[in-house]
Design a binder for this molecule. Structure first.
Ligand code: ATP
Ligand code: MG
Ligand code: MG
Ligand code: MG
Length: 468
């Protein structure tokens, strides 16, 4: 059975044989691109090649790109632990043409790799095209895909955009049917979000560019951008529908089970999945220079770290866990991504420090949450004031509280949370304006509006409960 690492190589070699230049993954933090929080697809580093602003010495490229989808337009944080196919960190395998080949070759390259080199039975595959794209429809037909399995889709699912602006275009996608024993339906059906029909490959016909005012123009060149999730194709080639069953994810799940003295594949499996996923996103982000903080990218990193820590807590971990799992990650991925090896000590220290600092408030906050929930009348939401107290005093990002409640089928009163936040800001503002420090206060409030007021408090375990 090919390993995840083998499959990555097979993909890159296949396109290299077809005259593509192998290009390294770019770092997760986009260079010179304030429109994007993290690199979320293979095309990001080639964005300017599609628009013609940048020229390279190749017109065909292939890559395995590190991606994080935990914020912005593509956000899969809340899917982790709930679907078999989503990660916050994943690798996107891609091939690219910059004004070179277009639809016909792009579809043929993908089809041949999947059905011949990977020997995936064609009858298990369903494809989608953008509803007006007769050209793509006919290419699939010519390759022998029956019309019943070429689905026209009119939604944004078949019109790909990296973000609100930038190169974009209609796309065609390849899905694998894992069989009726798994819940889900074909693309475009009401059950499409299930894990039965899993999207494996998206082939984008880059021919438009969108601007901030919403307008869209035709690009001068017609280009190709494709993306296939390595973990998804690996699951398939390893005989499973579940990304977390691949050799790589299993090794991380086993490391998590070992560190927490728990069963990797029993009832606690969901916690191990979240931990394995979050281990990858946090470690790769730190390796690429992101540090936990209370703003921007650093806050997204902190939120992922804290979510992972709550799952470790639920496994009964008494000591910090995440940093203990880094060696397993380096074993799995250090060869393909040497930055993990170089950054290993720093990744471990950063994870350990954050977890040590957050541990006490996490434990106390979760006890408080349990108390609040036990007194909650059935069917009601957690009051916003309680969620705010968890945020303000215990450093629980709102999404961490929501994640904890979701397991129990409960929700937070988010309006109440916003009100509590606004009230606290107003109170703090009144206290400041009475102090005579107006000039400083103005600046302080500008910063606070932007970055949150007292999020720091949960971070510092020395601060007394309730102190503002
Ligand atoms: P889905 O509909 O399953 O959420 P998507 O349409 O959002 O996927 P694309 O933006 O088309 O995904 O990305 C191209 C490919 O990258 C997908 O076909 C899939 O194989 C893979 N992929 C996308 N998101 C994830 C994720 N969160 N985890 C793992 N693989 C992913
Ligand atoms: Mg998605
Ligand atoms: Mg999709
Ligand atoms: Mg897609």
């Amino acid at each position: 059975m090919p390993s995840v690492n083998d499959i990555r190589s097979t993909f890159l070699n296949y396109f290299e044989k077809n005259d593509h230049t192998i290009v390294d993954s770019s770092p997760l933090v986009p260079r010179n691109d304030p429109t994007l929080m993290f690199v979320n697809s293979g095309m990001v580093q080639f964005k300017n090649c599609f628009t013609g602003v940048e020229k390279r010495d190749y017109v065909r490229a292939t890559s395995a790109q590190k991606c994080v989808r935990a914020g912005g337009k593509h956000n899969d944080l809340d899917n982790v632990g709930y679907t078999a196919r989503h990660h916050t960190f994943f690798e996107m395998l891609g091939n690219f043409s910059f004004g070179d080949y277009f639809k016909e070759d792009a579809i043929a390259f993908a089809w041949n790799l999947i059905t011949k080199d990977f020997s995936i039975p064609a009858e298990k595959l369903t494809v989608t095209v953008y509803h007006t794209d007769d050209e793509a429809y006919n290419i699939w037909k010519k390759l022998g895909v029956p019309e019943s399995r070429i689905i026209r889709i009119a939604t944004s699912d078949n019109f790909w955009q990296m973000g609100d602006t930038g190169p974009c275009g209609p796309c065609t996608e390849i899905f694998y049917d894992h069989g009726a024993h798994i819940w889900g339906g074909p693309p475009g059906s009401p059950e499409e979000d299930g894990d039965r029909f899993i999207e494996i490959w998206n082939i984008v016909f880059m021919q438009n560019e969108r601007f901030a005012d919403g307008s869209m123009v035709d690009l001068k060149m017609q280009s190709i951008d494709t993306g296939m999730g390595l973990e998804r194709i690996a699951a398939l080639l390893q005989g499973s529908h579940d990304n977390y069953d691949t050799d790589m994810m299993k090794a991380l799940i086993e490391a998590s089970a070992h560190a927490t003295h728990s069963d990797p594949f029993g009832d606690q499996n969901v916690h191990h999945r979240v931990i394995a996923d979050h281990l990858r996103s946090t470690s790769f982000l730190i390796a690429d220079g992101v540090m936990p903080s209370n703003e921007g990218r650093g806050y997204v990193l902190r939120r992922i770290m804290r979510r992972a820590m709550r799952h470790a807590h639920l496994l009964g971990a008494k000591d910090p866990v995440m940093h203990q799992l880094v060696p397993a990650l380096v074993t799995q991925m250090g060869e393909a991504y040497p930055e993990l090896r170089h950054g290993q000590a720093m990744i471990e220290e950063t994870l350990k420090l954050e977890e040590t600092r957050f541990k006490t408030t996490l434990d106390r906050g979760l006890r408080l949450l349990d108390d609040e929930l036990s007194g909650l009348p059935e069917g009601s939401k957690l009051p916003g004031a309680s969620a705010f107290k968890l945020y303000d005093t215990y450093g629980f990002p709102l999404d961490l509280t929501q994640d904890a409640l979701r397991e129990k089928g409960l929700e937070v009163d988010t309006d109440g949370f916003d009100t509590a936040m606004a009230e606290q800001k107003a109170k703090a503002r009144a206290a400041w304006s009475g102090s005579g420090a107006t000039a400083d206060a103005t600046i302080w409030f500008e910063v606070a509006e932007e970055h949150g007021v007292t999020e720091f408090l949960g971070y510092d375990t020395e601060v007394a409960e309730g102190q503002v």
